[in-house]
Design a protein around this ligand. Structure first.
Ligand SMILES: Cc1cc2nc3c(=O)[nH]c(=O)nc-3n(C[C@H](O)[C@H](O)[C@H](O)COP(=O)(O)O)c2cc1C
Ligand code: SF4
Ligand code: SF4
Length: 439
């Protein structure tokens, strides 16, 4: 049986699935219920000087039949008094001593940081997360992403916390910055034990076309929110990879962003995360999703022969390189399986109008398209639009014997170096005459 126990910079949990700091961790009631359901850890809703929240506060992107593909909020930190939160943290720890309970914190002055760190440690937390990520409301008051966007200030405040903290400290980063590794390096230099990412992305999810105000609406006005949910996962995966590969970071990573199931979690672990945190999926489907996540990850590990998480954390990193290291001779072409084809011709339209005119329609009465191999550049588009799983597959055509990347090309003097250089173009890049479009 694979061992799912996780260890993030000394914070141990029975499995790598934590709740992120957000409404599902607002109260002891919720955290207890989540631990009972199987979650391994929780980062408590951010504590500080309690705030006043507005109504309404959420908006969403629904895509076709899927609701909340992207989720947006303008909620601030906890609006409950600190003492109530501390009492509940203490109680949760009594019932669940082996689960990871982390306090997310956000205050302003050095004195406030020192005080609140001591308070949550006295309540028994296993770790502290510094919320330098919230991109709405709190940043207007000089906190949250206002700190995360200024690496020097982030480093300074982290060092204030490190002066007093006796439990591991995680710095939570904002994605609202051009290079995520700048604040990640600053966190490491400030002495943080780990980083977590991402917090939400500044966003407006839509505008009410009748009342001329974006969502969510508060008495006829709105403000930018923070975007999360499945839509942000690709952005977060890339940022986690960037931090994991950066030699100046070098501290463990807790990954957050669009995680709904064990596969999402496994992807983050393969890109270097030591554990994962979940918010939107729990707000959408409840704590019960953990019942699929645990056996799912366990089954994956069993299939791959991994005994523990460390066997595959970061395993995909050596395979993520820069563009200039990709093999320019690798050659794939689309292949249509006629037995699976439902003759919708979506692939034909996509390739004809949006790619390389490499799919033809038969003139013999059949509606099954065919690939014109000499025109196909192997871009994948047709296989992505095809509604039938594995109906269009990409088949390797080169024999793998030639490996030459952009760097090699430049070194060998084979790279185009003038505007009309005839050596330009990728494999099979055929272009029809413009006027043939009108026939
Ligand atoms: C309604 C809401 C409130 C949130 N509040 C906090 C918070 O208090 N502190 C914090 O660090 N992150 C907060 N977040 C951000 C989440 O912890 C998480 O970083 C983000 O939602 C991305 O994860 P997801 O895609 O699983 O939702 C909040 C998110 C939402 C949707
Ligand atoms: S998109 Fe797929 S199913 Fe539709 S015609 Fe093309 S190959 Fe057939
Ligand atoms: S892989 Fe790209 S170029 Fe080739 S047939 Fe499909 S859409 Fe056209």
């Amino acid at each position: 049986m694979p061992d799912l126990t996780a260890n993030l910079a000394g914070i141990k949990s029975p499995n790598p699935f934590w709740l992120a700091s957000a409404p599902p961790t607002n109260s002891g009631y919720q955290v207890m219920k989540a631990f009972d359901a199987g979650w391994g850890g929780a980062v408590w809703k951010t504590l500080g000087i309690p705030v006043i929240n507005v109504s309404s506060r959420y908006g969403a992107i629904n895509y076709r039949s899927n609701r909340m593909v992207g989720f947006n909020n303008i909620e601030l930190i906890s609006d409950r008094p600190l003492s109530e939160n501390l009492r509940e943290i203490e109680e949760v720890k009594k019932y669940f001593p082996d689960h990871a309970l982390v306090a997310s914190l956000m205050v302003e002055t050095r004195e406030e940081w020192r005080q609140i760190v001591k308070d949550v440690e006295n309540a028994g937390v296993d770790g502290i997360e510094l919320n330098f990520g919230c991109p709405h409301g709190m940043c207007e008051r000089g906190m949250g992403s206002a700190v995360g966007q200024e690496p020097e200030i982030l480093q300074l405040i982290t060092s204030w916390v490190m002066e007093v903290a006796t439990v591991p400290v995680i710095v939570k980063l904002t994605p609202n910055i051009s290079d995520i590794t700048d604040p990640a390096v600053a966190a490491a230099q400030g002495g943080a034990d780990a980083i977590s990412l991402i917090n939400t992305i500044q966003s407006i999810v839509g505008v009410d076309l009748d009342n001329f105000v974006p969502y969510p609406t508060v008495a006829g006005k709105s403000t930018n929110g923070g975007y999360c949910g499945p839509a942000v996962k690709p952005i977060a995966l890339n940022m986690v990879k960037n931090c994991a590969q950066h030699p100046g970071v070098g501290i463990p990573i807790s990954a957050i962003g669009g995680i709904e199931n064990w596969r999402d979690a496994a992807e983050y672990l393969l890109l270097g995360a030591s554990n994962v945190q979940v918010c939107t999926a729990v707000m959408h489907y409840g704590f019960g999703i953990i019942r699929e996540m645990l056996p799912g990850l366990e089954g994956y590990m069993r299939d791959k022969g991994f005994d523990r998480l460390d066997d595959f954390i970061g395993k995909a990193l050596p395979n993520v390189t820069t563009w200039e290291h990709l093999n320019l001779h690798y050659d794939v072409k689309a292949h249509i399986n006629p037995d699976k084809c439902i003759q919708c011709q979506l692939c034909y339209t996509a390739c004809e109008d949006g790619a390389h005119q490499a799919i033809g329609l038969p003139q013999n009465g059949s509606r099954i398209p065919y690939i014109i191999e000499e025109n196909c550049v192997g871009c994948n588009l047709c296989s992505l639009v095809c509604p039938v799983e594995n109906c269009i597959t990409m088949v390797q055509k080169d024999d793998g014997s030639r490996n030459e990347n952009w760097k090699d090309f430049v070194a060998a003097g084979k790279a185009p170096d003038s505007f009309d250089d005839e050596r330009a173009g990728g494999l099979g890049h055929w272009v029809p005459e413009p006027a043939s479009a009108l026939k």
